[in-house]
Design a protein around this ligand. Structure first.
Ligand SMILES: Nc1nc2c(ncn2[C@@H]2O[C@H](COP(=O)(O)OP(=O)(O)OP(=O)(O)O)[C@@H](O)[C@H]2O)c(=O)[nH]1
Ligand SMILES: C[S@@+](CC[C@H](N)C(=O)[O-])C[C@H]1O[C@@H](n2cnc3c(N)ncnc32)[C@H](O)[C@@H]1O
Ligand code: SF4
Ligand code: SF4
Length: 329
């Protein structure tokens, strides 16, 4: 098992498959993109499957989420999913994506063994999408979402970051649209994880503001703590249900106490937390011929260094060196 400093057990593995992306969301990366990881530094498909195998068979990981950067840019994604679906015990598998290309790939990913998908979409307005992502791909995302549902990926969740002056007034419209289409919408508080270090607490829209805005049009009933478990999203029934809406309030209502995550970057570093400042090198061990037991030992040791939480409220808080897209958001 992966037991951290506080006795919490990590059963949820987030794997970044690439740091590259075909969008340029303003809260994530600059217009010109970033200095991408060099190809030889990326884990190969075989290395990723081996590490996930160790996590699942030796370390008690039960859930694997593929993310990035944009994971659909990884050519071997369906193959990786298929090989992970053959592991014993079989992990639950999900994908966090911007949805571009999902129209083509959702069926194959489902057939390979993917269980569910979270698609990021911040706005229903194509021109706002262009401003927020600096790309004209709104329609591709909507088609990707439809394809995910049609392929039987279930649930299909939608992740939305609200930004003042852009989509800040769209929460009720987005919720009405999500309820109509059967998607589970979650609003995410903007976090200080952008490559440009442009985040300010005053400049973000808080969970409280999002809920107040939703309540102008919907009746929301809070779900119990038991139903939440270790999930980042607090959820509310919309107009009595069954539709739900979530808010991931990492900044104003942190949920680190129940954290059950461990992370693997695309270049093979274990991170204990989104906001960790240290990493442990598994790629080096893999490439120097370490056996599975040694890699499992390194991974366990890494988790003993996990901090209590994000440290966002600590006056000495420092943003991690890697931006969200390179950590695996
Ligand atoms: N603070 C914090 N935020 C997280 C963490 N994991 C995910 N998030 C935030 O939640 C957003 C959505 O994450 P997803 O990739 O959809 O995953 P999730 O919400 O854990 O997924 P579900 O299991 O589907 O609920 C991310 O973009 C982050 O902003 C985490 O460990 N810590
Ligand atoms: C980093 S992206 C990676 C996966 C994929 N490219 C996508 O956008 O879904 C994962 C999630 O992180 C969120 N995200 C990115 N930067 C963020 C920030 N500064 N604060 C909060 N969420 C952020 C995105 O909205 C997205 O839902
Ligand atoms: S949030 Fe996702 S889609 Fe947007 S730039 Fe970052 S990695 Fe790309
Ligand atoms: S910020 Fe770190 S400790 Fe808190 S929930 Fe996220 S990964 Fe876990």
């Amino acid at each position: 098992m992966l037991i951290d400093t506080f006795g919490r057990v990590a059963t949820d593995l987030r794997v970044s498959l690439t740091d590259r992306c075909n969008l340029r969301c303003t809260y994530c990366m600059p217009e010109e993109g970033l200095q991408w990881l060099a190809k030889p530094d990326l884990l190969t498909d075989d290395e990723i499957v081996r590490l996930i195998g160790i996590a699942v068979t030796e370390l008690g990981v039960e859930e694997v989420r593929f993310t990035g950067g944009e994971p659909l840019l990884r050519p071997g994604l369906a193959g990786i999913v298929e090989r992970c679906a053959a592991l014993e015990p079989r992990p639950r598998m999900s994908l966090t994506t911007n949805g571009i290309g999902l129209e083509r790939t959702a069926g194959a990913l489902r057939d390979a063994g993917l269980d569910r998908v979270n698609v990021s979409l911040d706005t229903l307005r194509p021109e706002v999408f262009r401003t927020m992502t600096r790309r004209d791909r709104h329609r591709d995302v909507l088609r990707g979402l439809e394809a995910a549902r049609a392929a039987g990926l279930d649930p299909v969740k939608v992740n939305t970051v609200l930004m003042p002056g852009l989509n800040g007034d769209e929460a009720p419209d987005l919720l009405a649209w999500a309820v109509e289409h059967g998607y589970e919408l979650r609003f995410i508080e903007q976090m200080p994880l952008d490559a440009q270090h442009g985040w300010t607490r005053d400049g973000m829209i808080t969970a409280g503001e999002i809920l107040a805005s939703l309540r102008t049009r919907f009746h929301l009933t809070a779900e119990g703590e038991d139903e939440r478990g270790s999930a980042p999203a607090e959820r509310w029934l919309v107009d009595g249900g069954p539709a739900r809406v979530g808010v991931i309030a990492s900044v104003t209502r942190p949920f680190c106490r129940a954290c059950d995550r461990t992370r693997l970057t695309a270049d093979g570093q274990v991170r204990t937390c989104l906001f960790a400042r240290e990493e442990s090198d598994l790629r080096g061990a893999l490439r120097s011929g370490a056996p599975d037991e040694e890699i499992a030992r390194l991974w366990r040791t890494a988790m003993w260094g996990k901090k209590a939480g994000s440290g966002l409220d600590d006056p000495s808080f420092l943003q991690p060196q890697r931006p969200m897209s390179a950590i695996g958001g």
